[in-house]
Design a protein around this ligand. Structure first.
Ligand code: AMP
Length: 448
């Protein structure tokens, strides 16, 4: 299918041409016609599938229709709620790109920066507002934002909102929306609380599913390197001697770990920068810009900071440490191989992480190939005896090796970075519980 077949208006088609898009991705093909008909939508998709354009393109088209009510000329007509600053910025960039030939005004607001520029822009009038929940509520409470004229509402990454403890804020925002509106709801997974929320706020939604998270891994070339913890540094340097690796996104589990890797790389003359929650918004943006421009070869990121990083031509992801949540592995490697390009994911695995690797292989249904031909290779025997010792230790401390209950994992885990709670809301302990289920066992289409 071509974009021309989706009944899109000329200014949008032209903008898509400029972007170099020719064919809609599966989620775009399935969502755009229904959204244009004014229907609610429940979309199961993660970043990398083209989901932003799947909602942004039809929204722009719907909002480009002349509004007869001149009173609402300056009112906010569409709201996109998304969990992180990085995602918010990228979504607004998408509106800018696809809407470049339309007179539609959009604005992105998020916390961690001054509000003056945001409130000034709000005064000038905004059609589409992209926001993170904390700053949105803050500006609503101060009287800068009214949601009473919202016609279109997008809830993006609903499951992440839950993971990050933002779900109460999201509900507060929803309570302020007009009841008559069109709602587009996106989530990669459907824990029970998210399913309930979707059932409450959607009206006869069209359901669209693209490949569930576990199967995105198939098209990325993956390799495992068994290595002692203390040899990981040497192994990274060894791998980076390969000059065909122009740029790589390296994942670290903690902010401190990310900084240490950068220090080591810089010491040996490799241009590297870190991106994590302790860095200011400006520093994070700068690091990302340098990485995209390839002036920085290696970007070292924690999971939360990396969420939403959108680098079209990223060829390599390196897991310096394996995540203890298998879905996180899939999200990480999904940063490469995007929009149909090929990608390589290299993962370092020490004895303590062998259990995480087992969980990952179970989730993706693949046995990952092991590269033994490297100077720091660890024998199978030492790996397994180390793994058994780690498991023994974890028996004494139940949360160590086994996957902890969901509420203790991800953003709330002591072993992972925690995103600052912009709103000051309490974390939702126990949310999601054991009811987390992945949508659609059978992949309907491949990710783009
Ligand atoms: P998203 O899932 O929204 O994060 O998009 C993933 C990437 O795919 C982004 O870099 C988009 O610019 C790109 N993209 C989205 N739709 C298309 C398309 N139809 N053709 C080519 N690239 C696309």
């Amino acid at each position: 299918m071509l974009f021309e077949e989706l009944n899109l208006i000329e200014p949008i088609l032209k903008a898509l041409q400029t972007e170099g898009y020719t064919q809609p991705t599966p989620i775009q093909e399935q969502s755009i016609p229904s959204i244009l008909q004014g229907k609610d939508l429940l979309g199961c998709a993660q970043t990398g599938t083209g989901k932003t354009a799947a909602f942004a393109i039809p929204m722009l088209q719907l909002l480009s229709k002349p509004h007869t009510n001149t009173k609402i000329h300056k009112a906010i007509k569409a709201l996109v709620l998304t969990p992180t600053r990085e995602l918010a910025i990228q979504i607004e960039e998408s509106f800018k790109a696809y809407g470049k030939n339309l007179p539609i005004k959009h604005l992105v607001i998020f916390g961690g920066v001054g509000q003056k520029a945001q409130t000034d822009a709000l005064h000038r009038g905004v059609d589409i507002l992209v926001a993170t929940p904390g700053r949105l509520l803050d500006l609503m409470n101060q009287g800068f934002i009214s949601l009473k004229d919202i016609e279109l509402f997008v809830l993006d990454e609903a499951d992440r909102m839950l993971d990050m403890g933002f779900i109460h804020d999201v509900k507060k925002v929803i309570a302020k929306l007009p009841t008559v509106r069109q709602t587009l709801f996106f989530s990669a997974t459907m824990p029970k609380e998210i399913q309930i929320l979707a059932d409450t706020i959607l009206r006869n939604p069209v359901k669209v599913e693209v490949t569930p998270v576990s199967s995105t891994a198939e098209k990325i070339q993956q390799q495992i390197f068994y290595v002692e913890k203390n040899d990981k540094r040497g192994l990274l340097m060894h791998i980076l001697q390969d000059k065909t690796i122009e740029t790589a996104l390296v994942f670290a589990r903690t902010k401190h770990g990310a900084d240490r890797i950068v220090k080591d790389l810089v010491k040996v003359g490799v241009k590297a920068e870190a991106i994590h929650g302790n860095k200011s918004q400006n520093a994070r943006q700068r690091a990302l810009t340098n990485f995209k421009a390839k002036t920085t070869r290696i970007l070292v990121a924690t999971d939360i900071a990396a969420r939403g990083i959108d680098v079209d031509e990223l060829t390599h992801v390196i897991n310096y440490e394996l995540p203890n949540i298998p879905e996180t592995y899939v999200h990480r490697i999904g940063r490469t191989g995007r929009a149909g390009l090929s990608g390589t994911a290299l993962s370092f695995c020490d004895a303590e992480e062998k259990e995480f690797l087992d969980d990952i292989e179970k989730l993706i249904g693949l046995k990952l190939p092991v590269t033994e031909d490297h100077p720091y290779a660890m024998s199978w025997q030492s790996l397994m005896s180390g793994a058994a010792a780690a498991k023994g230790k974890s028996k004494a401390k139940p949360s160590r090796g086994a996957r902890p209950p969901r509420a203790d994992r991800g953003a709330g885990s002591a072993r992972t970075e925690r995103e600052p709670n912009l709103s000051g809301a309490k974390k939702t302990a126990g949310a999601g519980g054991g009811n987390r289920k992945r949508w659609g066992n059978k992949p309907k289409s491949s990710n783009s």
